[in-house]
Write a protein that binds this ligand. Structure first.
Ligand SMILES: [Zn+2]
Length: 421
C-alpha cells in the first residue's frame, strides 16, 4: 500500500470511529489489546514467556528498562549501538532523512544518560500521520491546508504528513524569531503547531498571522499563557496535542477539553490523589518497538464533570507536568513533603499579576524564582509560601530572586525541580 493511501485509510478509520458508550469503548480496547499481545508475544523476545497471558501479567516498563532491553524488545532486529549512532549523527548534522531499513530512529530528549531511542517503521509513521490528522484537521482531509510546524528536531516522522493539499513547512526553533516570522508571513499558515514558549513569541506578531487553528505541543500549556495566546490571536481554544516519542496520547476536542486517545492507547492509571494520576500506557499500533505497560513520568489531572462534546474518552483538566518536577520539602516531622507543580504555580500567581516567571527547586531544596517583579511581589510570594509551609507542615526553604531568563533552546518549564531524592 502506498504511503498516502495508508495515511488516508487511517484518517478515515479514526475520523469515523465513534463509540456509543463506555462499554462499547471497553470492548473495542479489549480486542485491540488481545491482538497486540498476540503480536508482541510472538515477535518480541522479551515477551515470549507471556504468550496467552493477560495484560496485567506483563511487566511494567519505563524508559530506563526499555533502553536496557532494547535489542530483545524491538521486533525489527535492530541493535542499540547502531540505532543510537544513527540518531546522534542525524541530530548533529540536522539531517534527519537517513533510515535504518525503513525504520526511522528518533532520540527522545533528556540528559545523556536518560536519552531514549525510538524506532518507528514507515507503516507506523503513516498511521501516526493519519491518526493525528483525524484529530486536528478542522475540515476534510481533501481541503487545502498550510501548516507551520515548530520543532526542536525535524524528524522525518513529521514530513510524512506533507501531501499535495496539505503543505507542511518545518520551522527550526534554533533560528531567530525574526527569520521565522518572515518565513511565516510568506507561508500564511492555517495551522500553527509549536510549543507554548514559541506560541507566546508569535503572539507579538499575531496581527500579521491569521491561523485558523493553533496547536500547542511538547510543553505544559499554562492557563495564564493560554489566555495570552488566545487573546493575541483572538481565538477561543488553543488545541493541545499531548504527544511524545511513546505515542500520541491526548488531543483537544472542539470544546477545548483534552481527552485521552483511548482509541489507540489503553491507559492504566496510577492514582496519586483523587484525580491526579501517572499514566501507564499500552499502544495498539506500535509494533517495531512495542509500548506495553509503559509508565510515563507525567502527572495528569482527571476532569470530573463530563465534557459537552459527549466523547466517552477520559477528559483531563490538565497535564500538570513531570513527576520529577514535584517539589520536595523537609517536613517538620522529619519526613519529606511533596508539593505538586500546580500548587507551586498557584503560589506564584497568587503573589500578584506575574507574566513571565520560572521557579526552580535546586539540588539542596532551596528555591530560585526568576521574574521581573518588585519587592512588594517578593514579599507577597514569601507570605504565600509561609502560609503553605504552615498548612502542609514543612520547613520554610531559602528563597532567592533573580531576573527572568529563559534559554529558548531548551523547553520552557515554569516549574522545575532539581532536588536530589
Ligand atoms: Zn470534549
Amino acid at each position: 500500500m502506498s504511503s498516502k493511501l495508508r495515511i488516508l485509510k487511517t484518517y478515515l478509520k479514526y475520523k469515523n470511529r465513534h463509540f456509543k458508550d463506555h462499554e462499547d469503548l471497553k470492548r473495542y480496547q479489549e480486542k485491540q489489546i488481545r491482538k497486540q499481545l498476540k503480536f508482541v508475544s510472538t515477535h518480541s523476545e522479551i515477551y515470549e514467556e507471556y504468550q496467552g497471558k493477560p495484560l496485567s501479567s506483563y511487566p511494567l516498563m519505563d524508559k530506563k528498562q526499555m533502553m536496557a532491553n532494547f535489542d530483545r524488545l524491538n521486533t525489527v532486529g535492530t541493535n542499540r549501538e547502531e540505532a543510537m549512532k544513527l540518531a546522534i549523527d542525524s541530530e548533529r548534522s540536522r539531517d534527519f532523512s537517513e533510515k535504518l531499513n525503513h525504520i526511522t530512529v528518533g532520540l527522545s530528549s533528556g540528559t545523556s544518560d536518560t536519552r531514549g531511542i525510538f524506532l518507528v517503521s514507515d507503516k507506523e509513521k503513516d498511521m501516526w500521520a493519519g491518526y493525528i490528522l483525524s484529530k486536528v484537521l478542522y475540515g476534510s482531509i481533501l481541503d487545502k491546508y498550510e501548516v507551520a510546524f515548530f520543532m526542536r528536531a525535524n524528524s522525518n516522522l513529521y514530513e510524512s504528513v506533507s501531501s499535495s493539499n496539505i503543505h507542511f513547512v518545518f520551522y527550526d526553533i534554533y533560528k531567530s524569531s525574526e527569520e521565522n516570522i518572515e518565513k511565516l508571513k510568506e507561508q500564511k499558515p492555517d495551522i500553527i503547531v509549536g510549543q507554548p514558549s514559541i506560541l507566546l513569541d508569535l503572539s507579538n506578531y499575531a496581527s500579521e498571522l491569521k491561523p485558523r487553528k493553533i496547536i500547542s505541543i511538547a510543553e505544559v500549556l499554562e492557563d495564564r499563557d493560554r489566555e495570552v495566546i488566545c487573546k493575541a490571536f483572538n481565538c477561543d481554544v488553543i488545541h493541545q496535542v499531548y504527544q511524545c516519542t511513546e505515542g500520541c496520547l491526548a488531543t483537544t476536542c472542539e470544546y477545548g477539553t483534552i481527552h485521552l486517545n483511548e482509541d489507540i492507547v489503553y491507559f492504566e492509571k496510577e492514582y496519586l490523589d483523587e484525580k491526579r494520576f501517572i499514566p501507564v500506557i499500552t499502544d495498539f499500533t506500535r509494533t517495531s518497538q512495542p509500548i506495553i505497560r509503559y509508565r510515563l513520568n507525567d502527572i495528569l489531572v482527571e476532569r470530573r464533570e463530563p465534557c459537552p462534546c459527549g466523547s466517552c474518552f477520559t477528559a483531563l483538566e490538565r497535564i500538570e507536568g513531570r513527576e520529577d518536577d514535584v517539589f520536595v520539602f523537609d517536613g517538620e516531622d522529619g519526613n519529606m513533603v511533596e508539593i505538586y507543580p500546580d500548587f507551586i504555580r498557584r503560589l506564584v500567581l497568587f503573589s500578584g499579576d506575574v507574566r513571565d516567571y520560572r521557579i526552580v527547586q535546586t539540588e539542596d531544596g532551596s528555591l530560585e524564582v526568576y521574574w521581573n517583579e518588585d519587592d512588594n511581589m517578593q514579599s507577597a510570594f514569601l507570605n504565600e509560601l509561609q502560609k503553605m509551609s504552615e498548612d502542609r507542615l514543612f520547613e520554610m526553604p531559602a528563597v532567592n530572586f533573580y531576573a527572568y531568563s529563559f534559554d529558548r533552546k531548551k523547553k520552557l518549564k515554569r516549574v522545575e525541580s532539581r532536588r536530589n531524592r
